[in-house]
Design a protein around this ligand. Structure first.
Ligand SMILES: [Zn+2]
Length: 279
């Protein structure tokens, strides 16, 4: 999955410090990132970009490190520079190396958060960065804002040797997926699993087992993957607003998608490859 970057280590302790010449700069414009023109992901360094903006240091916010390499967000830096190009953040799904793809999309989530919390939502004054934790605060009214992370579930609904697979309605993603949805306020994550399965396909589930989680910065989400057994009737009642189709697949008939960065795909492969039915 995209966050599995071993032997590299992602360090997100918030310890702001001044950038060094070799620090990587993450520069975004909307959902585009500035990269060196190259087949692989290559971020500009502070030393390279300093030449184009003498006030660059003040525009930089420390984000995180991977191993000993520090990453900074450079805000309001929109120049077109020879040898660099703007690329849509979706490319972090496929370009290598993976530890830089993970850093790039994680930085993009933080960029969107900083951009959309410049002013206090309560009193409208300017927010300032806290120096002890990754938090924005309003010095006038005391409002505090933390990075936006929305919990969501992915559910592999199983019935013995069968797995329920679905396709989204009205989305570009055309491959088979599993039932998924965001947690609502006031419910446990297990209740989210039951509600989403009922809403999307009209089925009851039991024996809900946690599988793995995944930070999914493309949509500011923390994905929580579960398997759950069908409880009772297997007749699907489709929510056509959400899904184009949903159907049961015998384990051996499950369509294969290449291994990729998503938890959904890992869960589908895990079920298909598992000889033991009782996962
Ligand atoms: Zn305020």
């Amino acid at each position: 999955m995209i966050q599995d970057i071993y032997p590299h280590i992602y360090r997100n302790e918030y310890k702001p410090k001044a950038p060094q010449k070799e620090s990587f700069l993450l520069i975004y414009k909307g959902r585009e990132a500035l990269l060196k023109e190259s087949e692989e992901i290559c971020f500009p360094t502070f030393g390279e970009m300093e030449l184009y903006d003498s006030a660059l240091c003040e525009k930089c916010t420390y984000l995180f490190s991977v191993d000993n390499q520090s990453f900074y967000l450079a805000e309001d830096f929109y120049g077109d520079i020879e040898g660099y190009c703007w690329k849509d953040a979706e490319m972090f799904r496929r370009l290598k190396p993976q530890h830089l793809a993970f850093a790039g999309i994680t930085g993009c989530q933080l960029h969107r958060w900083y951009q959309s919390h410049k002013f206090c939502g309560r009193c409208g004054r300017k927010m300032v960065k806290d120096d002890r934790e990754r938090m924005l605060k309003c010095e006038h009214c005391g409002q505090m804002e933390y990075p936006k992370i929305s919990p969501a579930v992915i559910v592999g609904v199983t019935d013995g040797n069968r797995l329920l697979m679905s396709k989204y309605a009205g989305r570009e993603y055309k491959k088979y997926a599993l039932i998924a949805g965001y947690a609502e306020i006031g419910e446990t994550i297990e209740e989210t699993v039951k509600r989403e399965v009922m809403e999307e396909v009209g089925l009851k589930v039991k024996n809900i087992r946690f599988y793995k989680s995944q930070p999914w910065s493309f949509t500011d989400t923390l994905l929580l993957g579960f398997f759950a057994d069908l409880d009772g009737e297997d007749k699907i009642t489709l929510d056509k607003e959400e899904l184009a189709l949903a159907e049961w697949f015998e384990r051996e008939d499950i369509p294969i998608t290449e291994r990729n960065i998503s938890l959904t795909n890992e869960m589908i492969l895990y079920f298909k490859e598992k000889k033991n039915i009782d996962i």
